[in-house]
Write a protein that binds this ligand. Structure first.
Ligand SMILES: C[C@H](O)[C@H](O)[C@@H](O)C(=O)CO
Ligand SMILES: [Mn+2]
Length: 422
């Protein structure tokens, strides 16, 4: 039996198994089209950007470790890597850019000077591929961020510089959404915080609120762009206090009708972002996710199919929240093949959504509402060993991308033919 026949046969059996639980696997395979994941461009080059040759991530309390060969050194290489990644993923993706990834034509264009023209190439690239773009202000890796404060800086010149940067990024985002016919999300994350004792927390938070009000003063139509604000518990070198905490941004998002961005590396390890989704969606229209894997800290390891990611996906699917949750990735690992890292992390995220769709939710909810807690627990456990892999492989087959482990050989070939020759 060839591979294709094997996948089809396994799928037929899985379809019957799931049917016994009232789950329609064909409908699940179709519904996976609704799961669009925004690929973070910065895994290709370790968050360096292309403002200068050999630009590197500097400060911001985030860190990339590893030195695997083949990092993208220019926009062409980045696009080549992203095309390779997308060729190995089922479904349709979006691309999430940072402001440091413009086409600056060899000039030093400071962050308060960037314009749509620096990103028109990306818009055209995305249009050719029929995909949407998302965008981020880059408030780190810059001399004006070196003392740890940007939008909440007490230095008025510095604060205004970053306000101007965010304003320009929002204008670029709106143009992306307009040209591509799909709303682009602009996410604001700043590293502002203090390594040690800080006596004026309130002063910095008041400044951050003022800066956001100024930067967001212009309203863009929702059909073009949506604003998100991303909180964080702490960063490296800002262990004592973070200005843009979760309380701060959730309050800001609710009051100003913005998206709250939940990065699952940005909370205390015992907190679960999966539990926050339905809490936030009682009060905000939409949520942006940054899916990552923190190992002991916000280490941004490659996403794997673990309980944390599963709860996030399950909560979205159980509550039919797909149209209110924008899904982005945010990991950066330079210790392994970077293209492979994307494929593993994105597939793991997609798989969490597929497993969530394969859950017999109606039966589980009925058990729950009738106090049958043993039955609820037992069925949740039983579902863990059903043949979800057969449905996944079939979904890959239907999307003409490698099923099972076949993508590993593809990445090994790309490493040999492309990455090792850079
Ligand atoms: C590069 C990203 O914007 C950045 O990782 C941010 O989203 C974040 O999560 C910082 O910890
Ligand atoms: Mn993030």
């Amino acid at each position: 039996m060839d591979k294709r026949e094997l996948i089809e046969k396994a799928y037929e059996l899985a379809r019957e198994q799931y049917k016994a639980f009232g789950v329609d696997t064909d409908a699940v395979v179709d519904k996976m089209n609704d799961v669009q994941i925004s690929l973070h461009c910065w895994q290709t080059d370790d968050v360096g950007g292309f403002e200068r040759p050999d630009a590197e991530l500097g400060g911001g309390g985030i860190q990339v470790t590893g030195n695997f060969p083949g990092k993208a050194q220019n926009i062409d290489q980045m696009r080549q890597d992203l095309d390779k990644v997308m060729s190995l993923l089922p479904g349709k993706q979006r691309l999430n850019l940072h402001a440091i990834y413009g086409e600056f034509g060899g000039q030093l264009v400071d962050r308060d000077q960037i314009e749509v023209k620096h990103f028109q190439g990306w818009i055209d690239w995305a249009k050719q591929r029929g995909m949407g773009l998302d965008f981020n202000a880059t408030c780190f890796s810059h001399p004006k961020a070196d003392d740890g404060y940007t939008l909440s800086s007490k230095n008025e010149d510095v604060r205004r510089f970053w306000v101007e940067h965010v304003k320009r990024c929002r204008a670029i985002t709106a143009e992306m959404g307009k040209q591509l016919g799909s709303p682009s999300v602009h996410n604001t994350w700043i590293p502002d915080g203090s390594k040690d004792e800080l006596v004026d927390r309130n002063g910095h938070r008041a400044l951050l609120k003022k800066s956001l009000d100024e930067a967001f003063a212009h309203d863009y139509p929702r059909e073009f762009m949506l604003d998100a604000v991303e909180s964080k518990l702490f960063g490296i070198g800002a262990e004592f206090m973070t200005v843009g905490s979760h309380d701060f941004y959730l309050g800001y998002a609710i009051k100003n009708n913005k998206l709250i961005c939940l990065d699952n590396g940005h909370f205390h390890p015992t907190e679960q972002v999966g539990d926050k989704v339905s809490a936030c969606l009682q009060f905000v229209d939409d949520v942006l996710l940054h899916i990552t894997r923190g190992v002991r800290w916000d280490s941004d390891h490659v996403v794997v199919l673990n309980d944390e990611i599963q709860l996030i996906a399950s909560e979205i699917i159980r509550n039919d929240f797909l149209n209110r949750v924008k899904i982005g990735l945010d990991f950066f690992d330079a210790s392994i093949n970077r293209v492979g890292a994307y494929v593993v992390g994105t597939r793991a995220t997609q798989q969490a959504f597929m497993r969530a769709m394969l859950e017999p939710y109606a039966i589980l909810k009925d058990f729950e509402e009738n106090g049958k807690y043993f039955e609820r627990l037992a069925l949740l456990e039983v579902m863990k060993s059903r043949n979800f892999g057969a449905v996944w492989d079939y979904y890959c087959l239907k999307n003409s991308v490698p099923a099972s482990d076949d993508f590993i050989a593809e990445i090994q070939k790309y490493e040999k033919d492309v990455l090792l020759n850079r």
